[in-house]
Design a protein around this ligand. Structure first.
Ligand code: NDP
Length: 339
């Protein structure tokens, strides 16, 4: 494939989901722009697929303070093909993936037909994945895998007991359920939506229930029942799960779908050796990021991805999806066809 010259590249106009802030009113628009309007970077990528993550929904609607500058294209992950590169690490035609690192937060993101990114943040497409599969996993799958990685580094063995996954029918939750189950862990999927219990069972959960059905106590330290937790919800639920975690278990804190607050005590930590592990997909160091993506294309490739995908939308149709995600009207992953 011939590399585009600068004039050809700059003249290409394309569709983007652009977020603006007018006097504190954050909103998004589908707009046409050109490559030279994108934030700076040394690799230009034709975006084949992106995804809509909870964070993208917060950013595009302004319900969360995600973006550090305006206007900016939304989208914290993308997969596609290099169009041109000033870096010797990437060549036109090469398939690549980008997630986190400030994409869709500090520089223009993946919900656009084109992106321009620093080569420091671009990864060659891992073996076993293509652009569609990579974005079916997306930041959600990456984060679920990063959580499991952190737990396993901290000795999360199967014999410690079942792993609770909260917000289980969401993107992170559903992929976490599937990867954990495929690795032999017993999984308790906690979801507020009974209509998705069959889906979660198909993904490998051995128990699916509501928060109430777990009958969690409210004391600082409760009977140890769970080997570990992958938590997408935060708040009171996270505090209660910490108090029920078995000796030397790990609780990975990923999300805040219910609350950013955590009102707990030190007892689970100092009396049971429980670890509360932070999971930040945005800031994951690149060597670890590459390693996690490699594993996602191989031994951690979820075996039920076709069940996890619920919807593929065109870039021109992303707008309603943001509020549907925040209003809990979606489950699994939404991937976006950007071409
Ligand atoms: P989704 O919207 O796909 O899933 C979130 C799930 O949380 C929902 O499906 C729902 O599950 C549950 N939920 C939603 N609202 C509430 C509520 N008010 N109270 C309790 N549960 C609720 O989002 P993602 O999977 O993309 O992200 C999950 C969380 O993780 C988000 O908070 C997101 O910001 C965070 N995140 C953090 C990352 C990091 O790097 N730390 C990276 C990616 C995501 P159900 O209906 O089954 O109960």
């Amino acid at each position: 494939m011939r590399e585009l010259n600068n004039e050809e590249e700059a003249a290409m106009s394309f569709l983007a989901c652009r977020v603006s802030n007018e006097s504190g009113e954050v909103s998004h628009q589908l707009t046409t722009m050109e490559v030279d309007q994108l934030t700076a970077g040394d690799v230009v990528i034709k975006v084949e697929f992106s995804g809509i993550n909870y964070k993208d929904a917060l950013a595009a609607t302004g319900r969360g303070k995600i973006m550090k500058q305006f206007p900016l294209n939304a989208g914290i992950d993308l997969a596609g093909e290099v169009v041109s590169s000033e870096s010797s690490d990437f060549k036109p035609g090469q398939k690549v993936v980008v997630n986190g690192c400030g994409l869709g937060e500090q520089f223009d993101g993946g919900l656009a037909a084109m992106a321009r990114v620093s080569s420091d943040f671009v990864m060659p497409m891992p073996d076993g994945l293509d652009a569609r599969l990579a974005m079916t996993l997306g930041t959600a799958g990456f984060t679920a895998a990063l959580a499991l990685h952190r737990m396993q580094v901290n000795d999360q063995t199967i014999d410690k007991g079942p792993i609770v996954v909260t917000g289980a029918s969401g993107g992170v939750g559903s992929i976490a359920v599937n990867i954990l189950a495929s690795q032999g862990y017993e999984v308790i999927a906690v979801s507020g939506r009974p209509e998705h219990y069959d889906f979660l069972t198909q993904l490998g959960a051995s128990q699916v229930c509501s928060v109430d059905a777990l009958e969690l106590g409210a004391k600082p330290l409760e009977k140890g029942r769970f080997g570990g937790v992958i938590d997408n919800v935060g708040g009171e639920l996270l505090a209660k799960l910490l108090a029920h975690t078995n000796l030397w278990g790990n609780v990975a804190s990923i999300g805040l779908a219910s609350s950013h607050e955590l009102d707990s005590t030190v007892f689970p930590f100092i009396l049971r050796g429980v670890s509360l592990l932070g999971v930040s997909s945005t800031n994951c160091p690149m060597p670890l990021r590459r390693d996690i993506w490699k594993r996602l294309g191989q031994e951690w490739l979820p075996n039920a991805l076709s069940d996890i995908i619920t919807d593929e939308v065109a870039l021109s149709n992303v707008s309603p999806v943001f509020s549907e995600i925040l209003d809990r009207k979606r489950f699994g992953r939404v991937i976006v066809n950007c071409q």
